[in-house]
Design a protein around this ligand. Sequence first.
Ligand SMILES: NC(=O)c1ccc[n+]([C@@H]2O[C@H](COP(=O)([O-])OP(=O)(O)OC[C@H]3O[C@@H](n4cnc5c(N)ncnc54)[C@H](O)[C@@H]3O)[C@@H](O)[C@H]2O)c1
Length: 366
Amino acid sequence: MTTQDSGIKSEGFIYVFPDSALIFVESILGAYGVPTENAAVIAKCLIEADLRGVDTHGINRIPSYLARIREGVLDPKASPELFQITPVVAQIDGHNSFGFLSAYVGMARAIEMAREFGIGMVSVKNSNHFGMAASFVLQAIEADMMSLVFTNSSPALPVWGSAEKLMGVSPIACGAPAGKTKAFVLDMAPSVAARGKIYKALRRGEKIPVDWALDGEGRPTEDPESALKGVMLPIGGPKGSGLAIMMDVFSGVLSGSAFAGHVTSPHDASGSPAHVGHFIVAIKPDLFMGLEAFKERMDYLYQRVVGSAKREGVERVFYPGEIEDLCREERVRSGVPFVVEEVEGLNREAEKVGVEGLRVEVKTDR
Ligand SMILES: NC(=O)c1ccc[n+]([C@@H]2O[C@H](COP(=O)([O-])OP(=O)(O)OC[C@H]3O[C@@H](n4cnc5c(N)ncnc54)[C@H](O)[C@@H]3O)[C@@H](O)[C@H]2O)c1
């Protein structure tokens, strides 16, 4: 059922399954003129984020993307264009299309180059927000490739010693395939938390931990609304702000895209095209030994990490990406939890373009 025909008044969670989410996202993007094959890529990335528990970067992002389309600052009909620069280097002009498309096409080309030459690097300009960076690391892992995926993003974080938003909370992602154990998938913003977690708390009427952000006056805050007027806090002080600058060097300066605080926010429909830059590398892991030997070594690393002695009070040691993998297994079975206000927000978008609302499942337990 949809929330429109159920009149849901639930205080708890309502659940969305991937098949319904896929139909919803593809039809709403189609209504805005996004070509079918592009809508499929965008939908897959958003739904994968929701399944992996990265629901700060899932289908709840749709209203902000659509607002930018309506204001003419994101081009729904555009597709990325690829230029081969050297045998191992390609460049993509995103032409202001959805960021997911450039990153997907970029990683696909990087993988092809790595298969042939051992490494492939793709620099992307004129792109947009690409959501969960791990989407493209997982794309590489499916092809048995190691990868690096960087992006820059709109100002949210001060450089160390400054009070002014300048750098993005731009994620660093990387990964490597394994054999019988879990692939290594590290995907992290250089801030204590991704800014999307503050938007999620705002949508859900929740407080945020006091170490995530400062308010507009530079004071620690638990209130998401005040935090959005202020700045995000970097991990490890100057090291976190240094990583944010690194994302800008590799994604913005190198590509020819915007940098140094000039990328526009995916939440700001009144701005200009975002000019986000990305940096994508795929590496063939069997350059120095066979693939099986590499994977056995990754399996050994995994066992050493999760088997290491636990600190007092810790139930289990996890490998990067493992919590998200476990969440995915659970959510494929039980659905992705949403609050009513989130589903209603998405359904208002569906109503605007006359497509069917999101099909949900209501459970009484929380
Ligand atoms: N596109 C953009 O502009 C943008 C900007 C910011 C963040 N994001 C996305 O937001 C998402 C969330 O970012 P985040 O920094 O808040 O992530 P996070 O803090 O939830 O996780 C960061 C990393 O730490 C690992 N991790 C977490 N807990 C762990 C534990 N107990 N043991 C071992 N490993 C653990 C995770 O697997 C992950 O690889 C990411 O997918 C990121 O790509 C995107």
